[in-house]
Design a protein around this ligand. Sequence first.
Ligand code: FES
Length: 266
Amino acid sequence: MLHRSQQILFNHSVGEGYYLIGFSCAKMAEHAKPGQFLMLRMNDQAWEGKLSRPFSISNVKDDIIEIVFETVGKSTHNLAGAEKGKEVNVIGPLGNGFRVEKDADIHVLVAGGIGIAPFPYLATQILQECPESKVIALLGVRSMSRLLLTKFFEECDIELKVSSDDGSVGHHGLVTELLSEELNVLDEKEAAVYACGPDPMLKAVAAITVGMDTPCQVSMEEIMACGVGACLGCARKVREGDGWTYKMVCKDGPVFDAKDVIFDED
Ligand code: FES
């Protein structure tokens, strides 16, 4: 884990309310794994409060770390307006990251909105480690205007299927309906599922894959104050043996096997 002050190299929109920011740090880039995250803050009044916020590592290109984020409050709105050269305080890489399922022939990435943020790096890693395999990305958005990162998947020749809540693009409905369709036509032993998004989506993904011979990992979204396991603020119930225990999303996750997570109202 590194703690650095980094200058923003680039910062631009990648969809309505979504931004891609990049900075150069060879050491972080060397150690970063797909699915890991950074704690980041700006060092001035532009940031609300004193705490850093978690941001998924979206991609790593040579020594450049990329982050894709959604503007959801004052801090992220100001981060969206931060110009090249602006200093940001960064701690990371943090968390465990995704495990590439090397035995799978088809890797299905399932994302809800900004949950797609870690998938460019994961897809790149899968294609590097398993060049004979196929990657399919499923993205659920509220409407066409909220699409993001589609260009990345086009450029990598990765099949991207989209669903939208309002039917303005792709399948009119839930991204988990697309997942069910995919898994219905695949040999479950050949596929692996990786999901990132809001809890109800992850819960549905887990329900679809439970009982199947398809490994499924879910990256949990959680509010994080420290990001390193110290504040106990990101505890989630996870199955252990015949019972359950609390695990920290920041330190033990954010990626868990779907079958281990106890979702609300389970
Ligand atoms: Fe503090 Fe996870 S954010 S323990």
